[in-house]
Every structure is written in C-alpha cells, then in structure tokens.
Design a protein around this ligand. Structure first.
Ligand SMILES: [Zn+2]
Length: 151
C-alpha cells in the first residue's frame, strides 16, 4: 500500500490528545541531518521506535503497522527548519572564533589569540550555551505531537 494523502477522519480530534508520535531533537541518530529529526513512535502495545518522516514501521511485538508519511508534511518541515536553525548557531560561532584567530595570527597579535580562545570558550559555556539550550528546550516543548493510527 502506498503513502496515503487522505487525512484520517479523527486527525483533528486526535491531535489535541495524541501523544504517540513526535519529532525528537538533539539525537545522534544517523541521518538526522539529511532526513530531518527522527520521530519517536510509541505503539499501542508500548513498544517504542524511531523512524524518519515518510518511513513505515511494523511493530515487532504486536505486528501493527504505522506510516509516518501521514504526518502533515508542512508541520514536519517547520520542525526540520527549527532543528537546522538550532544547529547553525554553535557552528556559526565556531567559525567566527576561527576567523578571529586567523586575523589575530596574521596581524602577529599572539596575545589576541591566547586571549581569544579561553574568552571564547568561557563566553560559550557561561553565557551563550545556557541561553541557547533554554530556547532549545522551549522549542522542544512546543513541538506538536501527532496521533498515528495503526493500519
Ligand atoms: Zn506494538
């Protein structure tokens, strides 16, 4: 059976109370960058599994089959953009630090380099990272949940 574009009749009602499927942030599941954040699916029997959007999964314990392609693509895309935005911040800051280090090195400002590295690390761990993580957690808490029905 192919991916269904038809909306499940109980989607609207289920979304309000649904708790079985949600995107997860910050995991190191392979493919999380290219395929988007994995969706944690909890089967009606209690079995848990992570899958990417569009993947199907058949529960090994009870045989129910779920299709994560039923999750609205635009909602999932919004989550994916959020994930990429939060990944970009530390990378961008790291690049800025490297660029400054290169500038200081080229201008023979070695004191600048030796000051920059610890200062940069302190700034990251003391000031930037806690704020970043707090926003990250808020973003996670606001993620939608979906109810996926077994087929
Ligand atoms: Zn199951």
């Amino acid at each position: 059976m192919g991916r269904r574009s038809r909306r499940h009749p109980s989607d609207a009602a289920a979304r309000a109370t649904g708790r079985s499927a949600r995107a997860r942030f910050g995991g190191e599941t392979p493919g999380a960058v290219t395929k988007g954040p994995p969706i944690t699916l909890t089967c009606e029997c209690g079995e848990r599994h992570e899958l990417f959007h569009g993947e199907r999964w058949t529960c090994a314990a009870c045989g129910r089959t779920y299709d994560s392609g039923r999750i609205p693509a635009e909602q999932y895309a919004a989550i994916r953009r959020l994930q990429l935005r939060y990944r970009v911040v530390p990378i961008a800051l790291g690049l800025v630090l490297v660029a400054l280090a290169i500038v200081f090195t080229l201008t023979d400002n070695l004191v600048g380099v030796f000051f920059l590295m610890p200062a940069g690390l302190i700034a990251w761990f003391v000031f930037i990272r806690p704020t970043h993580r707090k926003r990250y957690r808020t973003a996670i808490a606001e993620l939608p949940r979906w109810e996926l029905r077994p087929e």
